[in-house]
Ligand binder design. Structure first.
Ligand code: PGA
Ligand code: ZN
Length: 401
């Protein structure tokens, strides 16, 4: 496929911050577009984010060679982008510019081939997946209570998620997530006396709690009240890099070591036995801490996000070291669709869990749902069923029904 133009637009994410929309025009006249999300609790190993003006210069710089090349696949296109950039952290072209181009190209090629994006991604990157995995649907990690960097509250832990198992139709699954979101809202309204509850960046409720374990009990009680115990679990994302200072965790007015923090997580599992997954329990620079938490928690998924940053080499290393049992996958952390799929493959090869995730600053782009379907991910992590996040829930219904 030949590409003859790149159009960049400065659009705005769900926080009202500027971000990029990339439109690639193929010679056939077909246009593929992608919108780039943005993180707030970013890993230091993530691909560089450049300004709109820098992205415009990047587009000008690659356009002549792009026009001269006939790309046979998204892989070939990404190889071109990576060669033009030539840096490990994507600082020359910009990781946000590159992931926008990479996904826009894949969308254009899928349109040319009259395919859904997920079909092209599956064919190109996951051709050998099993027949059984083709019919499975991912669980939904839905962030119902927001803390940390995503909310102005006293919670150090960033996310308290309901985990919906894919029971019944996609619509039925999501109707249950919405019912639970409302039930948690009712419980919090009774507790706080607020008529309207403040919301955090990902649409979850943003209120103060007596301690960081209390939201787990609210979620567990609401799940029980709706009799959802068999079809819902609970997950948290500590995003612990955000409260790690000088080798210790600043947590509830104490300075904790990793083993002390691991004891706190163990107490959470006792308080809310539905807790099945802990993301970034320790800081990105404290892989050893992840291993300590993993050893302490046994069966609970220990998931890397800031630790692994969708980087296949890091995913392989930390899985081989036994620090984690699952990974978060965010295409804009690494900067191309191909490298995103490499990270997924590195995790799946090692039998680890894969959770394809949004960012706290989101757009209308729904390609993460397609990537999750293409690779048969264990889960998608898409925020509360509210506001701009509903676009991902609805795309889940569309492509999994
Ligand atoms: P971010 O956080 O999108 O603000 O980086 C999400 C997460 O930590 O999972
Ligand atoms: Zn995270």
């Amino acid at each position: 496929m030949r590409v003859n133009n790149i159009v960049l637009r400065k659009i705005f994410d769900s926080r009202g911050e500027p971000t990029l929309e990339v439109a690639l025009a193929a010679n056939s006249g077909i246009i593929g577009t992608a919108q780039v999300p943005s993180g707030k609790s970013r890993g230091t190993g993530e691909a560089n984010v450049v300004s709109f003006e820098h992205a415009v210069r990047s587009a000008k710089a690659i356009l002549p060679a792009m026009r001269r090349t006939n790309f046979s696949s998204p892989k070939a296109f990404d190889r071109f982008l990576m060669a033009r950039d030539g840096t490990a952290d994507k600082r020359r072209l910009g990781g946000n510019f590159m992931i926008g181009c990479s996904l826009a190209f894949a969308r254009a090629m899928a349109a040319e081939k009259k395919q859904e994006l997920w079909e092209l991604v599956e064919e190109c990157y996951f051709p050998e997946k099993s027949a059984a995995s083709r019919t499975e649907r991912p669980m939904i990690f839905s962030n119902l209570i927001n803390g940390g960097a995503h909310a102005a509250t006293n919670l150090a832990v960033q996310e308290y998620m309901a985990v919906a198992k894919p029971v019944g139709t996609p619509s039925e699954t999501i109707a249950r997530v919405i019912a639970l979101y409302r039930e948690v809202g009712n419980a919090l309204q009774r507790r706080t006396g607020f008529k309207r509850l403040p919301l955090g960046d990902e649409g979850g409720y943003a209120v103060d709690f007596p301690d960081n374990g209390a939201p787990l009990e609210i979620l567990a009680r609401s799940i029980k009240k709706l009799r959802f115990e068999k079809i819902f679990s609970i997950a948290i994302d500590s995003a612990a890099s955000e409260f790690f200072r000088k080798g210790k965790y600043d947590f509830e007015k104490k300075r904790l070591s990793a083993p002390e923090l691991a004891e706190i997580y163990a107490s959470y599992v006792r308080r809310a036995p539905l807790l099945m997954s802990v993301e970034d329990p320790c800081a990105e620079s404290d892989a050893k801490g992840f291993g300590i938490v993993r050893a302490r928690l046994g069966e609970t998924w220990i998931v890397g996000d800031d630790l692994t940053v969708t980087n296949a080499a890091r995913v392989a290393r930390y899985l081989d070291d036994g620090c984690i049992t699952g990974v978060i996958v965010k295409p804009n952390q690494i900067g191309t669709l191909s490298e995103t799929c490499d990270a997924i493959a590195a995790a799946q090869k090692r039998g680890a869990r894969v959770i394809v995730s949004h960012r706290s600053g989101e757009t209308g782009d729904v390609s993460i749902i397609h990537i999750a379907k293409a690779c048969s991910a264990d889960a998608v992590k898409i925020g509360a069923p509210a506001r701009e996040r509903l676009l991902k829930f609805n795309e889940y219904i569309r492509i999994f029904s």
